[in-house]
Each structure stands twice: as structure tokens, then as C-alpha cells.
Design a protein around this ligand. Structure first.
Ligand code: CA
Length: 175
């Protein structure tokens, strides 16, 4: 079977961690786990998961700060899984960029449905971002997003991957 999307789970409670990990593995998701915020942030940067499941009560930092830090550079869907039921806490997490909030205890059917929903949303967003944007033309400059090529007056310009990414970002946001 082809593995489904990859999930990063940041949760310090061993029982919950292994329960969620087993559930997702059975559904053929690729799952990676972290037991604290720092480890979670590192793994998110190195693995670029499709979705992050985040507990708020972590030993080294508050999950709210994990959301803040992640949102500085990543738009990965974040689903908060927390025992904190205060409306204020939920609102704060969502305002800071979490996509969804599940209160513990929760059922596996609900968890899986929420994961599917956030994956669907992010896929739609990605498709929307790329639609109609196969290449950027400005004067003699062409940035071909699909082929990862840049030409100026018909001549190919060699760029490193990061240079290409930067130029693409600027071109997509030109004006
Ligand atoms: Ca916890």
C-alpha cells in the first residue's frame, strides 16, 4: 500500500502518544512522534509533515508557543489536541494559526475525520496557489515554476534551489 499523508504528533503523554500513533498507522498514515515542543519544532522543520497534531500542555514549552513559532515559517495544518476546554484557550490557539481544536477525551473516528478535513483544505489551498501560475513573464525574464527554470532573453540562468525559491516568491508576489 502507498503510505498516506505524513503526520507529526507532539504529545508528552506516553499513553496518548502510542494510542494515536497506532490508530494512524493502522490507517496507513506515516506518523512521527515528539514528546516535547523543541523536538516537535525540529522534526517539523526537517520532515515537513502534511499535518501536525499538537498537545498544549508540554513539558518544555506551552503548545501555544509552538503554534507561534511554527507559524513564523510554516503553513502546515495544525490540529490542537488538548484537555484545556476554556473557550479563551481555544480562541487563542485558533487566532494564532491553529486550524482545528479537539478536546480530550476524543474518539478515533472524530480524530480521523478532522485530519482528513485539514488535509483536504490544505490540498485545495495548494492547488489554488498553483492554478494559472505555471510561469512568470516580465520583459525578457521568464520564471517557469513547473520546470524550475529561469531564462533571461532566452538564455538559461543557473540558480541554486534557494535562489530559485526566493525569485519565485518575489515573482508570485510582484507588485
Ligand atoms: Ca500534555
Amino acid at each position: 500500500m502507498i503510505p498516506k499523508s505524513s503526520v507529526l504528533l507532539i504529545e508528552d503523554e506516553e499513553n496518548i502518544r502510542s494510542f494515536i500513533a497506532t490508530t494512524l498507522k493502522n490507517q496507513n498514515y506515516k506518523i512521527t512522534t515528539a514528546s516535547c515542543g523543541t523536538e516537535g519544532l525540529h522534526l517539523c522543520a526537517s520532515l515537513c509533515p502534511d499535518v501536525v497534531l499538537l498537545d498544549l500542555g508540554l513539558p518544555d514549552m506551552d503548545g501555544i508557543d509552538v503554534i507561534k513559532k511554527l507559524r513564523e515559517w510554516s503553513c502546515v495544518p495544525i490540529i490542537v489536541i488538548s484537555a484545556r476546554t476554556h473557550e479563551q484557550e481555544k480562541a487563542k490557539a485558533l487566532d494564532l494559526g491553529a486550524d482545528d481544536y479537539i478536546t480530550k477525551p476524543f474518539g478515533t473516528v472524530e480524530l480521523l475525520a478532522r485530519i482528513r478535513t485539514s488535509l483536504r483544505h490544505s490540498n485545495q489551498l495548494n492547488a489554488g496557489n498553483n492554478a494559472g501560475l505555471l510561469a512568470y513573464h516580465h520583459g525578457d525574464l521568464v520564471v517557469d515554476y513547473e520546470k524550475h527554470l529561469v531564462t533571461l532573453k532566452g538564455e538559461m540562468i543557473h540558480l541554486t534551489q534557494i535562489e530559485f525559491k526566493l525569485l519565485s516568491l518575489l515573482a508570485k508576489n510582484s507588485g
